[in-house]
Ligand binder design. Structure first.
Ligand code: GLV
Ligand code: MN
Ligand code: MN
Length: 426
């Protein structure tokens, strides 16, 4: 029986062993949502691939005797101990992906969480606090444009009205997509009570850069997340015939868009930041038609707010000038934004001690910042959060080439287990 059959079958045949090793879990999850052509993952929120990932999560939870629960925002929880007792230790990540994403961004954290729990049980650790593993819904925002929808809703950083207005590229709204996947969109909303019961959240994640590779360490601790956001640029011109319209008569939005892409690169270089136009929609999208609309999405991130403001302000100013020069109408809409995140210092220091001098008096663990967004960053506004990173030898991420060596993944599991052991024993 394949994983998919077992997952869809709900109460199918019991597993011969509770859960599986890291390697077995990894192998089982690997085919879900992988595109045969690109080799990348297309696990978009509330689609069939997402449902299969969720079924896998539930199956892993139940195999370990954990209580499986889906919260009002569609996030999945697997509980050990009384969820209502308070001061819980929670770990986990997400299972959705960007278009043609890698295998590790998100799933490494979820699989490592189950493996770390197995390790704690094998060590005979007594849990003095409730414990849970979480799979946050729609972290990447690949389908509806906004990242971390599940954690944002829970933390009250996205209103119900805003969430209800989210629409995918096919015109399907978030509520309709949730409904089609069997969830109640009317239930979504802030969940302070749930967050109030959590004492600490630790997310393990593949590193999305090469800091650990360069320092020669398999595991590091996060210090901060750069402020980052997404802006939609709508350039509106006039559709017309590509063969018969004189160049001087055209109102071609592609020209202003192209100049804006170059401006983004320039502004990012000036500010020591990053800026990317990675997604574009063109109407009518005909090879022999001048476009009526070019819609481009700018993703920009910087180490500090002032630099980010300088980049986005500079790009918008340039775009308005180019648009005016070509007779183009321009709308710029900020679709998402996450301010700088400084992870909880006390928790970070505790992780550094557990993974450093508690293991060996002379050992220090690298502490690094990142330009990538995470659910841990969203939750850090409400509860103490921390992150562990696992070495990525190429630094490549959001690509099928994303990779971490199995030995490093297992070092990540041990590090997570050590950290959780220190936390749950208290
Ligand atoms: C999420 O991975 C992001 O940083 O875009
Ligand atoms: Mn990602
Ligand atoms: Mn991620």
């Amino acid at each position: 029986m394949t994983h998919g059959e077992r997952a869809r079958g709900g109460g199918g045949a019991p597993r011969p062993v509770p859960g599986g090793s890291f390697h077995e879990m990894w192998r089982e999850l690997a085919p879900v949502g992988r595109h045969p052509g690109s080799g990348g993952y297309r696990r978009f929120a509330w689609t069939g691939a997402d449902s299969e990932c969720r079924a896998w999560f539930e199956e892993q939870a139940r195999a370990r005797g954990l209580v499986h629960e889906v919260d009002r925002n569609g996030n999945q929880w697997a509980w050990l101990g009384d969820p209502t007792a308070g001061d819980a230790v929670v770990t986990g990540s997400h299972l959705d992906s960007v278009p043609d994403g890698g295998a590790f961004d998100g799933p490494l954290g979820v699989v490592s969480s189950f493996a770390a729990l197995d390790e704690l049980r094998a060590r005979g650790v007594e849990f003095g606090r409730p414990f849970a593993i979480v799979n946050f819904g729609d972290e990447e925002g690949a389908r509806f444009g906004l990242a971390c929808v599940g954690s944002r809703l829970t933390a009250g950083q996205l209103t119900v009205e805003q969430a209800h207005r989210l629409t995918d590229g096919d015109g399907i709204t978030l509520p309709r997509a949730m409904e089609a996947a069997g969830y109640d969109p009317d239930a979504i909303g802030p969940d302070p009570e749930r967050l109030g019961r959590i004492g600490a959240f630790v997310e393990l994640h593949v590193e999305q850069g090469r800091t650990l590779d360069l320092s020669g360490d398999p595991v590091g601790i996060a210090s901060a997340i750069w402020p980052h956001g997404r802006w939609r640029f709508d350039f509106r011109g006039e559709a017309n015939h590509a063969g018969t319209t004189r160049l001087v008569d055209r109102r071609d939005p592609m020209l202003s868009y192209a100049e804006t892409v170059l401006a983004a690169r320039r502004e990012a270089e000036l500010a020591g930041a990053v800026a990317t136009f990675g997604k574009i929609a063109v109407e009518p999208n005909g090879v022999n038609a001048i476009p009526s609309l070019v819609r481009g999405w700018l993703d920009s991130r910087a180490a500090d707010q002032a630099s980010l403001d300088a980049v986005v302000g500079g790009v918008e100013k340039a775009a308005r000038e180019y648009a005016e020069a070509h007779g183009i109408d321009l709308d710029v809409v900020r679709e998402s934004f996450t301010p700088v995140v400084e992870f909880d210092h006390a928790l970070r220091d505790e992780l550094a001690r557990i993974l450093g001098k508690d293991r060996d008096p002379g050992l220090t663990v690298p502490v690094l910042g990142t330009g990538a967004g995470h659910d841990a960053g969203i939750l850090s506004g409400s509860i103490p959060t921390a992150m562990l990173f696992v070495r990525n030898p190429t630094g490549v991420s959001h690509s099928p080439a994303e990779y971490a060596a199995e030995d490093d993944c297992l070092a990540g599991v041990t590090a997570l287990a050590d950290v959780l052991e220190g936390l749950v024993r208290r």
